[in-house]
Ligand binder design. Structure first.
Ligand code: SAM
Length: 227
């Protein structure tokens, strides 16, 4: 059942974790982790009825109802104190939505050690949120699955202040140092797209000069980073 994308997310879940998977849909991720004896307990949170019912069906089919609790709830409201959740996964949603889900129920994050986030877009925003809430990015990954490139961000709560440069926030503090093949492919594609836009701008003379400047600066930055 599990996509390469969710397998990469799964890899970051610590042994014996008590997991909350928010926006779980079919609960494939917690089911996989329970079957492989990685987690000891999970909440599969869903805000929508259809996906919630998908989760219930999967949990019952796999006979995991003693370990995985499906909950129909908005965001972190799926988590109860007694769950003693120490790890949260949120995958397959946009960065702005993930940030809003965290901000809506910050008190639910008390006691949670690790956040594993796979935003479809808006990675920069998520890293910024993590920095501002004293989460250190301890690991990152990037994966191509079904012609899409996904980033995974793993963060842990720390007591000290966390500081990241704008390059760290945009490209990922770990990803931009490691620069694996998928990472390079992602940013080469981005750069090619920006060059294409710039070419169209050059042909259309009514485009404001500062729009071109922004693109040129972006392209230069990516070029420098990929060196
Ligand atoms: N996590 C799975 C994955 O990565 O394959 C499913 C991703 S699916 C694209 C996003 C899911 O998030 C949907 O099932 C949607 O109902 C759920 N969702 C969206 N907003 C939510 C919220 N505020 N609280 C809980 N679930 C939410």
């Amino acid at each position: 059942h599990l996509s390469d994308r969710l397998k990469k997310v799964a890899k970051f879940v610590p042994k014996d974790a008590r997991l909350a998977d928010i926006g779980s849909d079919h609960a494939y991720l917690p089911a996989y982790l329970a079957i492989n004896k990685i987690i000891s307990y999970a909440v599969a949170g869903e805000v929508a009825k259809g996906p919630y019912e998908n989760a219930v069906t999967e949990i019952n089919t796999e006979r995991l109802d003693h370990m995985i609790m499906p909950r129909l709830a908005n965001g972190l409201k799926a988590i109860k104190t007694d769950d003693n959740i120490d790890t949260i996964t949120i995958a397959g949603m946009g960065g702005p939505l993930i940030r809003d889900i965290f901000n809506a129920d910050l008190e639910k994050l008390v006691g949670v050690r690790r956040l594993i986030i796979q935003p479809n877009v808006g990675q920069e925003l998520i890293r910024e949120w993590l920095m501002n809430h004293s989460y250190q990015i301890i690991d990152e990954d990037i994966v191509e699955d079904d012609h899409h490139i996904y980033e995974i961000i793993v963060a842990e709560k720390v007591s000290n202040k966390v500081g990241y440069s704008s390059l760290d926030l945009k490209y990922g503090p770990n990803l931009r140092v490691e620069q694996n093949e998928v990472f390079r492919a992602k940013w080469q594609r981005q750069m090619a797209k920006k060059r294409e836009v710039l070419k169209h701008f050059a042909a259309a003379n009514e485009v404001p000069i500062d729009k071109k400047k922004v693109l040129e600066i972006d392209i230069k930055e990516i070029e420098e980073m990929l060196k």
